[in-house]
Design a protein around this ligand. Structure first.
Ligand SMILES: Nc1nc2c(ncn2[C@@H]2O[C@H](COP(=O)(O)OP(=O)(O)O)[C@@H](O)[C@H]2O)c(=O)[nH]1
Ligand SMILES: [Mg+2]
Length: 313
């Protein structure tokens, strides 16, 4: 059982128009460069613009080294653009690893800072999994904010999936324990557990997430099968810092990058891929249930460099 099929054509069209707010990164930031002469100065300028586009030092260096080696003498702007697309694809392909859900129930623990889109992503996944014929339960592990429980319940009802919650202020590990027991008893396919993004202290939050994880492992040695970190791509370098903190504390196994429709800096995805090397499972490009899809490295590279323009290779 795979988490989802390839992204649908409608999603790709929306990705192209929404990524970097409809103006492709290339046309917006790099376009004029490729109309001029290709020389050292031009390549230096390209390097600067990649850095300004949040691509990060490591990914930029890798791209520029490859470009300089590959570019033939007398290359024109179009040639540079094509090679750049190849470099971007090469950087992103290793992190294109769809979620495989082979255990039952397959337990997904969703973590991340407040407001990055955890609850919304869980709701979208619930709808999509349900449409694929899977049985799903959502567990309200964010007991810190009362509204968080209701928000998740609305998604569960809309998707028509099982829902498990306790009173606000309850121990999230107890919620996870009960949900796991119920999902096992009902022989459900997938259990997705929401968590808080902020507590009184950062170390308190990490301890709580570790405790939830331990409780699940006691019930099923393989669980959680996926610890999914949700990052808001519009937060740029901050997203990278968060990823490092969560990964060190709880051992992230996959990423969701949200709000790619709300940033002019889609280049952060390259920095994340290069720096963390963690699988990017899904990307989010809006608030609706259909605005989430498995990460497709080639489609994403095309959208990043060419946007909605007709000028595609
Ligand atoms: N534009 C956009 N908004 C999103 C996306 N994902 C989530 N949101 C919005 O971000 C806000 C915070 O989301 P929420 O799921 O409550 O975040 P949480 O605190 O991590 O659970 C909500 O208003 C969501 O609708 C996305 O991919 N694009
Ligand atoms: Mg939430």
């Amino acid at each position: 059982m795979t988490a989802s099929t390839q992204s649908k054509p409608g999603f790709l069209a929306r990705l192209r128009t929404r990524l970097n707010k409809g103006r492709s990164w290339l046309n917006y930031d790099l376009g004029d460069l490729f109309r001029g002469k290709v020389d050292e100065a031009m390549l230096d300028e390209l390097e600067d613009r990649l850095l300004m586009g949040d691509v990060g030092v490591e990914a930029t260096e890798e791209i520029m080294t490859t470009l300089r080696v590959q570019l033939p003498r007398n290359a024109d702007g179009n040639e540079v653009r094509q090679r750049l697309l190849g470099c971007v694809e090469e950087l992103l392909l290793p992190v294109q690893q769809p979620l495989l859900m082979e255990q039952k129930p397959f337990v997904i623990l969703v973590v991340g800072v407040n407001g990055t889109g955890k609850t919304t992503t869980i709701g979208k996944l619930a709808e999509q999994f349900k449409q694929q014929g899977l049985s799903v339960m959502l567990a309200a592990g964010d007991t810190f904010r009362a509204a968080a429980v209701e928000q998740l319940q609305v998604w569960a009802e809309r998707a028509g999936v099982d829902f498990m919650a306790q009173a606000a202020g309850a121990d999230p590990a107890a919620v996870a324990f009960d949900a796991m027991a119920a999902a096992q008893a009902r022989q459900l396919d997938v259990l997705i557990i929401d968590t808080a993004g902020r507590l009184h202290s950062q170390s308190g939050l990490m301890d709580e997430l570790k405790k939830i994880s331990r409780v699940l492992t006691k019930q099923d040695p393989g669980a959680p099968h996926e610890t999914l970190l949700v990052l808001d791509a519009s937060q740029g370098q901050n997203a990278l810092t968060q990823a490092q903190q969560f990964h060190d504390a709880v051992g992230v196994t996959g990423l969701v990058l949200t709000k790619l429709d709300g940033t002019a800096r889609g280049g952060i995805v390259l920095a994340i891929a290069r720096r963390l090397g963690l699988p990017i499972r899904f990307i989010g490009i809006g608030e609706g249930a259909a605005d989430l899809a498995p990460f497709d490295a080639k489609a994403f590279s095309q959208a990043l460099l060419f946007g909605a323009s007709d000028n595609q290779p």
